[in-house]
Design a protein around this ligand. Structure first.
Ligand SMILES: [Fe+2]
Ligand SMILES: [Fe+2]
Length: 298
């Protein structure tokens, strides 16, 4: 199915894809969430500057992401991937495929990709969330297999944002957008750009990555709330910063409550101990078969 000769290689400046997740977590620490901040009197900073405090290779990742995620790029990736003719795989099979992506620097101390997925789903299960929510926790990052098909890190992970309209100043490392060819397209530099006021996110092209790709793989099989969680879980400018409301319709706004509910499981469920994959597998195989056919188009 078109794997590169060394699937362990991750194309880009990050040590591994989790390094991006870790950076997001450092920007939104658990005890600084709006609810926690209200409780302990801590004030959440509105505009923060990460230029001096971020490791150079993480900044380099954002430089690549912001300068290359143009509207044309997004549209060409959609043409390339959304025919879903790359592979036929079941969900667990895709988890095992993603598992071949290991951290090169320290493979023995890092959790495997499957263990990361299970930590998210198990946290939702402990909280008594509905089964589709637990399943969403398990699978939401499977789009990261884009990396195994040779996509560079900047086209797989990163905070997502709409393309074809002005970039919110609250997008982290906003300054790198000046390097994007889209910054020289006046039509894309207005508040609405190519879109309609409250025209709905379904009509908006988001920057390309694991969220958008995986949404298209599973969109026929899951409840709509789950699909929103999958498609917009990296859309931090909207679900954490409250931006781009003017592109959303009423239904998007309602569904974003669920995206916000999901985010803590994504960000804060990573414990040090590894879940027992062998023990948990039968429960999750059952859950997967409740919603998915044995094979999907990728
Ligand atoms: Fe993700
Ligand atoms: Fe995630």
């Amino acid at each position: 199915m078109g794997q590169p000769s060394n699937p362990r290689i991750q194309h880009g400046p990050l040590k591994d894809l989790e390094e991006w997740d870790d950076f997001v977590k450092s920007r939104y620490p658990e005890d600084a969430s709006p609810a926690a901040a209200a409780g302990n009197g801590k004030k959440r900073q509105e505009f923060r500057n990460f230029t001096d405090t971020t490791p150079p290779h993480v900044r380099e990742f954002y430089r690549q992401n912001h300068s290359k995620q143009t509207r044309d790029f997004v549209r060409s990736k959609k043409t390339e991937y959304l025919s879903k003719s790359r592979a036929k795989m079941g969900i667990w099979e895709a988890m095992e495929f993603l598992n071949t992506l290991v951290d090169e620097s320290d493979p023995d101390t890092e959790l495997s990709q499957i263990e990361h997925l299970l930590q998210t789903s198990e946290a939702a299960r402990r909280d008594g969330r509905p089964d589709w929510f637990i399943l969403t926790g398990l699978i939401h990052d499977l789009g990261k297999i884009l990396c195994l098909w040779g996509e560079p890190q900047w086209a797989v992970v990163g905070d997502t944002f709409p393309v074809g309209c002005a970039w919110s100043p609250k997008i982290v490392f906003h300054e790198f957008f000046s390097l994007s060819p889209d910054s020289r397209v006046p039509e894309y530099q207005t508040r609405l750009g190519v879109y309609q006021e409250h025209g709905g996110l379904a009509n908006v092209d988001m920057s390309w990555g694991h969220d958008e790709y995986f949404y298209h793989v599973v969109k026929d099989y899951l409840p709509e709330e789950a699909l929103y969680m999958i498609r917009y879980h990296s859309f931090y400018p909207a679900h954490r910063e409250g931006e781009y409301e003017y592109l959303m319709d009423d239904h998007d706004r309602e569904m974003f409550q669920r995206v916000r509910e999901f985010n803590p499981y994504d960000l804060y469920s990573k414990a040090d101990h590894a879940p027992n994959v062998v023990e948990l597998r039968p429960y999750y195989e059952d859950l997967i078969s409740k919603y998915f056919p044995s094979s999907l188009q990728w």
